[in-house]
Design a protein around this ligand. Structure first.
Ligand code: GAP
Length: 509
């Protein structure tokens, strides 16, 4: 990440907090790592992303239906799906104390100590220089600080690289090279790094009743697979058909950084498309194109997205690609499109002993359908939208504004209704308009402060249209409509507001 992109990303994170998009979970207790809450503005944006996805996948496709499966599932589901055996991250033990650690946490704590050293240097210098202390300059030039900062970056990049490559030997080598000791025994006598399962688990039922262990689902897809037959039969679905779902997923992630990019509790929007074996190539290509269109139809430049075809395929897939987005920290996975063959239904058939097949009356044969999956992280889509949207603009008159150029269809608030001044009946007229528009759009009414400041507040949350009521409104029943991105203002009749805004925010991917 370049320093500039890094700075902008930091500013975006503070902006998200300041304007009610995203808060750290349990912030008053110093937060919970990699868990976030969506605030009053963010939850609207998140809901609009969900609606845009649900409409495009379910409402616009006659042969796709939606479900809402439970988060808890029978533990054997995760045995069948392969998650119990193969959904892992690295663990390390100290041979003397027998204490077990997560290898990544040991390294993170080492980095944290370096950060604290930097903080201490700053505090010392602040005391020494008093009011004349220039923190920015100090951080950039103090040799001890610069050395520690470089060390942090070096460790971070090697650590992430080895974890991503599952090079556990190098993770252990790094722990040894850094001289990390066990907090209990004080020794550096470490075992090799081994894999650790990413699934969270908990007990269902009280212990006296003989509780059983259940998992918090690490993906929503399995809720679709186990309901394949229920939906196919009750919905009288014929191949090809799809089942879509939006819901929470949980992973005890190791590299849980970069804000909401990798979270421990997150949401997925997944669709499994069931097809006749032999047709997977054509449907895989179809969904690749369709999903890319879904992204670019929002008006986000096509250059921000790219496909990354997998060369190394998972054991269940015969083709897989990621739609990557150019985040401030580079191109990273936003969505996965996978041709999963009959792996999942076949495995559930085997483990449950129930037939999960489709009877084709034309060919007079039964078979386990193949599946093409589209899987996108809702929170990651949220991050893609806001990183694209956040802009600091210098205006022609020399002033500056921070504007969220959120695609209008996704904007948390669609219209702000503003009386030019709060006297002479303008407020009452504006309220009357607001009370009509609120049935069609998420609106805000605001009469506090000068009109320019109110426009800026709406720019900061990405409201695409501001309707201003002024004295002329009483003369000719018109208002001004201000467009967020161009800041252009036009006069329109009140009765046309709904039609104009509806047309402008509509997207048909
Ligand atoms: N059913 C297939 C599946 O779960 P995945 O690539 O592991 O595939 C799909 O996840 C999508 O879910 C990713 O492309 C990403 O957008 C999102 N995702 C995965 N792990 C995530 C995490 N820890 N935090 C936020 N989003 C995540």
């Amino acid at each position: 990440m370049t320093t500039k992109a890094d700075d902008v990303f930091k500013k975006l994170i503070s902006h998200c907090k300041e304007y009610g998009f995203i808060f750290q979970s349990s912030e008053i207790y110093d937060g919970l790592s990699a868990v976030y809450d969506y605030g009053q503005t963010g939850s609207e944006l998140k809901k609009n992303i969900m609606d845009y996805w649900w409409k495009s996948m379910v409402q616009f496709h006659e042969n796709i239906v939606g479900i809402d499966a439970a988060i808890f599932m029978h533990p054997t589901v995760w045995k069948a799906s392969g998650h119990v055996d193969a959904f892992n991250d690295p663990l390390i033990d100290n041979k003397d104390s027998k204490k077990r650690y997560r290898a990544d946490v040991l390294i993170e704590e080492y980095i944290e100590k370096l950060e604290q050293k930097i903080e201490k240097e700053v505090e010392k210098a602040q005391k020494r220089f008093g009011d004349s202390f220039d923190k920015k300059m100090f951080l950039e030039t103090n040799p001890r600080v610069v050395k520690n900062r470089e060390k942090i970056e070096e460790i971070n990049s090697r650590f992430v690289k080895s974890l991503e490559a599952e090079d556990f030997q190098d993770v252990k080598a790094l722990i040894e090279e850094l001289g990390i000791v066990c907090a209990v025994s004080g020794s550096r006598n470490w075992t090799d790094v081994r894999k650790f399962n990413l699934m969270f688990n908990t007990q269902m039922g009280s212990l006296s009743e003989g509780a059983s262990m259940v998992y918090l689902r690490p993906e929503t897809a399995q809720g679709i697979f186990v309901n394949y037959l229920n939906v196919q039969k009750t919905g009288r679905m014929k191949l090809p058909f799809g089942i879509a779902q939006i819901g929470k997923a949980f992973r005890n992630e190791i590299i849980a950084r970069q804000f909401i990019f990798r979270m421990r509790e997150f949401e997925q929007m997944e669709m499994q498309f069931f097809i006749k074996p032999g047709h997977e190539k054509e449907w895989y290509d179809y969904w690749k194109e369709k999903r890319m269109k879904w992204h670019t139809a929002l008006g986000i430049p096509a250059g921000k997205f790219r496909f990354h075809d997998h060369e190394k395929l998972a054991h269940y897939a015969n083709a897989a690609t990621d739609i990557e987005f150019n985040f401030p920290f580079g191109f990273k996975e936003l969505e996965g499109i996978h041709s999963r063959t009959d792996y999942d239904l076949g495995a559930h058939q085997k483990f449950s002993g129930k037939k999960l097949q489709f009877f084709d009356p034309v060919a007079n044969e039964s078979f386990v359908p193949y599946v093409v999956e589209t899987s996108i992280g809702l929170d990651r889509m949220f991050l893609a939208v806001i990183t694209h949207a956040y802009n600091e603009e210098k205006l022609d008159d020399g002033s500056e504004r921070t504007v969220m150029n959120i695609p209008p269809v996704l904007a948390p608030v669609k219209i702000a209704v503003l009386p030019l001044v709060k006297k002479d009946g303008l407020s009452e007229k504006a309220r009357e308009i607001f009370d009509e528009l609120k049935y069609d759009f998420m609106c805000q009414y605001d009469e506090k402060d000068a009109i320019g400041r109110r426009y800026r507040r709406q720019d900061a949350i990405g409201t695409p249209y501001c309707i201003t009521v002024d004295y002329d409104t009483f003369e000719d029943n018109t208002v001004t409509i201000r467009e967020r991105d161009s800041m252009q203002q036009d006069r329109i009749p009140i009765e046309k507001i709904t039609g104009i805004v509806k047309k402008r925010i509509e997207v048909r991917p």
